[in-house]
Write a protein that binds this ligand. Structure first.
Ligand SMILES: Nc1ncnc2c1ncn2[C@@H]1O[C@H](COP(=O)(O)OP(=O)(O)OP(=O)(O)O)[C@@H](O)[C@H]1O
Ligand SMILES: O=C(O)[C@H](O)COP(=O)(O)O
Length: 407
């Protein structure tokens, strides 16, 4: 049983709130998209309105990446979104950070530095060991409670996600609560249930396909994107050197065998693209699978019209659709059709659930809206759909209880 904000006596309490505001960053270091910040506004506003003293913890990017930047711009944007000052402190658990947290008054909010600027936070630990890291031992004395709203990072067992809830009374924030409600009760969604697996994370998608087919959660699995290309090759289609080299370069060659095993076991429930789109003379050009391979150098970049009509017919009969990953290279205008049409068709299904950070921002850009639920999580949502437990959620389940108000 996970405690929520309803169980927290907030007024005058200093709360460490872990959010996931990991966002695309423009070349000039500014935020390219603020969707993940907007998602946490309800949790943060509620805590502040109820008189909490809030210290926000979050990561941004991975060490070595261009998006591995400070949380200063995030604090500025949060301040605009919350309509109140949000201080930023360029420290996470040092004396300066502790002093800033201790100085918070009721209704004050500050953002601590990118947790991953400290090496321990980019390592995975069991919760007990995570509770003995510098980050947790440094911060725990100045915090009364911990709130985890970072569903999108809940598949990581890093100190700010599993160590703090081992050391402090802990609660799920509103984003976490909603995500667990929706994604944790997939079995309760109406059938027929269709999974659409696109995008480029082939191993994750094949794990999900195995799990949902084996456990009879899926009536159909529709494949698209790089995932669809891998299934086509597994089915004996010659997609040409360019698509095959791409799959090989990504290290996904072994996935073709796994896809073939899946087709052997559950082929009647797996739908493969019937045509693909390539770039020919700089234009979009569609080829049926019987006309493959394409010309040299051409790569399958999207699904074509005949696939979209086929998938539309399956979606017409569906009561639930769960989608992850775009149908094609949506970053290129010529290859947005598959994603726009397939996801557009999914919004007509009575229960439609979308997971994936890239997918969600692509859909916003393409103007596709109207889903029952757009998950903030990419990897975390996928892992939930395979019914695996998420380390940060388990840590919340096992967290110490808040002392009673008169203790
Ligand atoms: N046919 C294709 N060939 C090459 N790349 C493709 C193809 N179809 C889709 N992609 C690429 O897949 C990428 C997105 O896939 P990904 O699996 O990362 O999505 P996501 O699950 O929404 O993201 P995340 O889990 O990171 O939040 C896009 O950059 C897109 O260009
Ligand atoms: O964007 C995400 O999926 C989460 O913020 C987790 O980030 P990570 O994959 O770098 O741990």
């Amino acid at each position: 049983m996970i405690a929520t904000l309803d169980d927290l006596d907030v007024e005058g309490t200093t709360v460490g709130v872990r959010v996931d505001v990991n966002s695309p960053i423009d070349d000039d270091g500014t935020l390219a998209d603020d969707a993940r910040l907007r998602a946490h506004v309800d949790t943060l506003s509620e805590l502040l309105d109820r008189g909490g003293r809030v210290a926000v913890l979050a990561h941004q990017g991975r060490p070595g990446g261009d998006d591995f930047v400070s949380l200063d711009p995030h604090a500025d944007r949060l301040s605009e979104l919350l309509g109140r000052p949000v201080d930023y402190v360029d420290a996470t658990f040092s004396a300066a950070a502790r002093e800033a947290v201790s100085d918070l008054e009721n209704g004050d909010c500050l953002v601590l530095e990118n947790t991953r600027f400290y090496s321990e936070e980019y390592m995975e630990f069991d919760p007990e060991r995570a509770a003995r890291t510098h980050l947790v031992e440094g911060l725990e004395p100045v915090l009364d409670a911990y709130v985890n709203d970072a569903f999108a990072a809940a598949h990581r067992s890093q100190p700010s996600l599993v160590g703090l809830p081992t050391a402090l009374p802990s609660y799920a924030g509103r984003v976490m609560e909603t995500e667990l409600d929706v994604l944790g009760s997939i079995e309760a969604t109406p059938e027929p249930r269709v999974y659409v697996l696109g995008g480029a994370k082939v191993p994750d998608s094949i794990d999900v396909a195995w799990s949902v087919l084996e456990n009879d959660l899926a009536d159909h699995v529709l494949t698209a994107g790089v995932v669809g290309n891998v299934f086509l090759i597994a089915d004996g289609v010659d997609l040409g050197d360019a698509s095959s080299d791409f799959i090989y370069d990504q290290g996904y060659w072994d996935e073709i065998d796994r896809a073939a095993d899946l087709l052997d076991a559950y082929g009647d429930r797996i739908a493969l693209p019937r045509d693909v789109a390539v770039a020919r003379d700089d234009e979009r050009y569609e080829l049926g699978v019987n006309a493959l391979p394409p010309e040299e150098g051409e790569s399958a970049m999207d699904v074509g019209e005949s696939t979209l009509e086929y998938y539309q017919r399956i979606l017409d009969d569906a009561e639930t659709v769960i989608l992850n990953g775009p149908a094609g290279v949506f970053e290129d205008d010529r290859f947005q059709t598959g994603t726009r049409r397939l996801y557009g068709a999914a919004t007509d299904v009575s229960t439609s659930i979308v997971g994936g950070g890239d997918t969600a921002s692509a859909l916003r850009r393409l103007g596709v809206e109207g889903f029952s639920h757009v998950s903030t999580g990419g990897g975390a949502a996928l892992r939930m759909l395979t019914a695996e437990s998420l380390p940060a959620v388990s840590a919340l389940e096992n967290a110490p209880e808040q002392p009673a108000a008169d203790d």
